[in-house]
Design a protein around this ligand. Sequence first.
Ligand code: GLV
Ligand code: MN
Ligand code: MN
Length: 417
Amino acid sequence: MTFPVIDGGRLLARLDAFAAIGGTPAGGVNRPALSVEDRAARALLAGLGAARGFSVFQDAAANLFLRRAGADNDRPPFLIGSHLDSQPTGGRFDGALGTLAALEVLETLEDNGIVTAGPIELVAWTNEEGSRFSPGAFGSQVHATGAFPSGWQDTLDGNGIRLADELAATLAALPEAIERPLGRPVTGYIELHIEQGPLLERQGALIGVVEGIQGTRWLEVTIAGQVAHAGTTPLAARRDAMAVAAAIIARLQATVMPADADARLTVGRLTLAPGAVNVIPGEVTFSIDLRHPNGDQIDRLETEVAALATEIASSGGCRVSIRRSMDVAPARFDDRLIDIVQGAAEKRAFPSRRMFSGAFHDALFMARLGPAAMIFVPCRDGLSHNETEFVEPHQVIAGAQVLCDATLEAMRVFQSR
Ligand code: GLV
Ligand code: MN
Ligand code: MN
């Protein structure tokens, strides 16, 4: 079998074009899920695919698919892709790299007249980030389970806009896409992504052969105290929700990660009400992002968070409630597909290392549907979810080449049976 060489210049130009959609003055991207910018990126992708003769589909979760037909189109497709939504101060590679590299693979097959045994599809998953609407990896979760997460229609963004309304508007914005049912069988799935951490760069590796993804649980903690006058209320009478929240967060930061090098705990969002300089806050809500490669440890950490929050809140005269807004168990990828990715890197003589992913990805859910794997490339200083996120052009091209080679090999192994 011949393995064609991708067009690196075309891919780099595409990355530039998509980075301009929601581009920020600091060189990053602000393209929230289901926003006007997200719709513009989806429309551009659909147009580029249609121009090459690929069929365009979307499902009820607004997952967008570009399909290149194979010899036998009754076979389930092999999927490659990632996402186009970004963090509010996101980088230009997180998600876009894997999505546009997938387009480059489809175009390379087209340019070289390669006939695959079955169809290949690019997928751009909806709302991978989860920062506008929880949970993250929404589209792939809906695809893998064939249903929407419970209560999803009531999910609001920070401005009170409903997910269901934005989803409907996003679907309507691409009338040329053919509707398809949720959750179809697949032959396999490979996703290229930036590592979003420092390991590849530190070890001088060009390709990360990803063996799995650690678990993630998001908690929303609400502390209820009493609104009162800042100047007149003595210490003993204060039920200050902010003082309690600060104490809880400080204790968690001082204990959880120092005690377990594999644990990750982040408080990334905090709101307080009423939010006036001279009023004691009556309510504080903050997020906790908990991660660990071992699912039992996530359970243990959540129990620890709940016990600590209850103890500190009651000593501060407040009540606490905790709600889960995302819960994804760790996943291990398919050994055969992991070996195919490793083999593809070795054939191109790209230094590689095996690793686990600290970030969650849509591949987590795809691993429940069939063989799945991921390819990582380094990013400068390990920085991501940051406007300065950067991947060297040769790293972009190497990652896309491995995606192309591994996909063709995986289709040969899994699709021609
Ligand atoms: C994905 O964006 C994550 O937070 O891991
Ligand atoms: Mn991503
Ligand atoms: Mn991300």
